[in-house]
Design a protein around this ligand. Structure first.
Ligand code: CA
Length: 226
């Protein structure tokens, strides 16, 4: 899952980025509204964290313009002000949720998770189930046929992305766009290397594989393991 944080307070932006990365998300940061809009218009983010008071373009206008472009990724708005009018204006501009500064990081990350869940297929159940895999999107515990499997945060992020798109063929570009941030140096074989790690840990080394290679395209996580 890849998140864009648009926040002009550098210290807060870096705390949010680091904290979200510790939870396995890929995070890009923009420090003003114009940069935020540019990044959000060219990248398929899974969620945007958006401050309201921003230089160049404020968060409400940014959100309005995104919605006008038919970009429907969930938006969590942050603001220092807390009046009913501000909340109503924020929600009217297309934000999905609202958080008033200062906030506890625990609450922030819980709201991020809730918004990402709301967007997914399983609205309430935090467990994704594909074939004999069980993926807990809150604790990040992964089990195959009941057996706990230890994954690194990147391996987990790739597997979760597949599990949210079962049976869909995902290209290396799509995987990179949802799992890595802009600091990722694109090397054609990095995804393949991670798929190799995942297969080994999942015990998916022999045909028919759960995580199939689709030649010339990418990979696919199959709903059923025969
Ligand atoms: Ca601000």
């Amino acid at each position: 899952m890849r998140i864009l944080v648009v926040e002009d307070e550098h210290k807060l932006a870096s705390v949010l980025k680091r904290g979200l990365e510790e939870h396995g998300y890929a995070v890009d940061v923009a420090y003003d509204g114009e940069d935020g809009l540019t990044l959000a218009s060219m990248t398929p983010y899974d969620l945007i964290v958006l401050d309201i008071m921003l230089p160049k373009l404020d968060g409400l206008s940014l959100c309005n313009q995104l919605r006008a472009q038919s970009r429907h990724m969930p938006v969590l708005m942050l603001t220092a002000r807390d009046t009913v009018d501000d909340r109503v204006t924020g929600l009217d501009s297309g934000a999905d949720d609202y958080l008033t500064k200062p906030f506890a990081f625990r609450e922030f990350v819980a709201r991020v998770r809730a918004l990402l869940r709301r967007d997914g297929r399983s609205a309430r159940d935090p467990i994704l189930r594909v074939a004999d895999l069980q993926i807990d999107t809150v604790s990040h515990e992964v089990r195959r046929a009941g057996k706990l499997i230890e994954l690194t945060s990147k391996e987990y992020a790739i597997l979760e992305y597949f599990a949210r798109n079962p049976n869909r063929v995902l290209t290396r570009t799509q995987i990179a766009e949802h799992v890595w941030d802009f600091d990722f140096v694109s090397m054609s074989n990095v995804i393949d290397v991670y798929i190799g790690y995942l297969r080994r840990k999942l015990g998916d080394d022999t045909e028919p594989r759960l995580l199939r290679t689709i030649r010339g395209t990418g990979y696919q996580l199959r709903m059923a393991s025969e």
